[in-house]
Design a binder for this molecule. Structure first.
Ligand code: ADP
Length: 215
C-alpha cells in the first residue's frame, strides 16, 4: 500500500482538496475528523470518548485515533492507496502510522503541506458552513450556496460545526502550532514534504498538487 498525507492547520483546505483529488485519482480519502463526527452521530463508544475533546478543540487521544486508522486500513486490499486528511496530528500518531505501514509493507510517498496565513485560516473557519446531509462544505462569503442555508447538492440544511465557534477556533489553531506543526520537521527529515501554496482558490490548489504527482 501507499499513502499520502495532507498536512495543514484547521481551515487550510485539507478536506476540500481531498474531495477533489478523490475524483481525479484512485486514492481513498481517510479523514479522522469525518470518522469521529460519524462516530459521534451514531453514538458509538469511540464517539462518546471523542466528544468532549472535539467540542473543546483539543486532540482526541492518540490510542483512539490509531485504533480507528488501523481498522480502516484493514478494510482495504493490500494494494490500496490512502490519502490521510487530519492524520497524523502528533509525533506519536506519526510513529504509530509508521508501525502500521510496516506491518502492511506500505510507504508514505508525499506529505503535502498546505501553507495558509493565520488570518485566512480564521476567516475561512468563522464563515464555514456544512451540509447536514452530505457534508459538502461552503463559506458564507468565499463559496456561498445558491440559496442561503441550503445545500446546492441535495437541498440539505447547512449548519455551523460546533467547533467552529470563535473561541474553539483559537484553541484549535494553538493546538495545531504546539502539537501538529512539529510533524513538519519529522517529515522534512525524511524528504517527504511538498510545500503547497493553499492561500488561493481550491481549484488552483488542486492543480498544484496534481502537478507534483505528474512530476
Ligand atoms: P480541522 O482540521 O478543521 O480542525 P477536523 O475535522 O480534521 O477539523 O478535526 C476536528 C476535530 O476532531 C479536532 O479538533 C480533534 O478534536 C478531532 N481530531 C480529528 N483528527 C484527529 C487526530 N488525528 N488526532 C486527534 N484528534 C483528531
Amino acid at each position: 500500500m501507499e499513502a499520502i498525507i495532507l498536512l495543514g492547520g484547521p481551515g487550510a483546505g485539507k478536506g476540500t482538496l481531498a474531495e477533489s483529488l478523490k475524483q481525479k485519482t484512485d486514492y481513498l480519502h481517510v479523514s479522522t475528523g469525518d470518522m469521529l463526527r460519524a462516530a459521534l452521530k451514531s453514538g458509538s463508544p469511540v464517539g462518546l470518548e471523542a466528544k468532549s475533546y472535539m467540542e473543546a478543540g483539543e486532540l482526541v487521544p492518540d490510542s483512539v485515533i490509531l485504533r480507528i486508522i488501523e481498522e480502516r486500513i484493514a478494510q482495504e486490499p493490500a494494494g490500496a492507496r490512502f490519502m490521510f486528511d487530519g492524520f497524523p496530528r502528533t509525533l506519536e500518531q506519526a510513529e504509530g502510522l509508521e508501525a502500521i505501514l510496516e506491518k502492511h509493507s506500505g510507504t508514505i510517498t508525499h506529505v503535502f503541506k498546505l501553507d495558509v496565513p493565520r488570518e485566512t485560516l480564521l476567516q475561512r473557519l468563522t464563515g464555514r458552513r456544512v451540509c447536514k446531509a452530505c457534508g459538502a462544505v461552503y463559506h458564507v462569503i468565499n463559496m456561498p450556496p445558491q440559496k442561503e442555508g441550503v445545500c446546492d447538492v441535495d437541498g440539505g440544511e447547512l449548519y455551523q460545526r460546533a467547533d467552529d465557534s470563535e473561541e474553539t477556533i483559537l484553541n484549535r489553531l494553538e493546538v495545531y502550532e504546539k502539537q501538529t506543526a512539529p510533524l513538519i520537521d519529522h517529515y522534512q527529515q525524511r524528504g517527504l514534504i511538498r510545500d503547497i501554496d493553499a492561500d488561493q482558490d481550491a481549484e488552483k490548489t488542486t492543480t498544484l498538487v496534481l502537478d507534483v504527482f505528474n512530476g
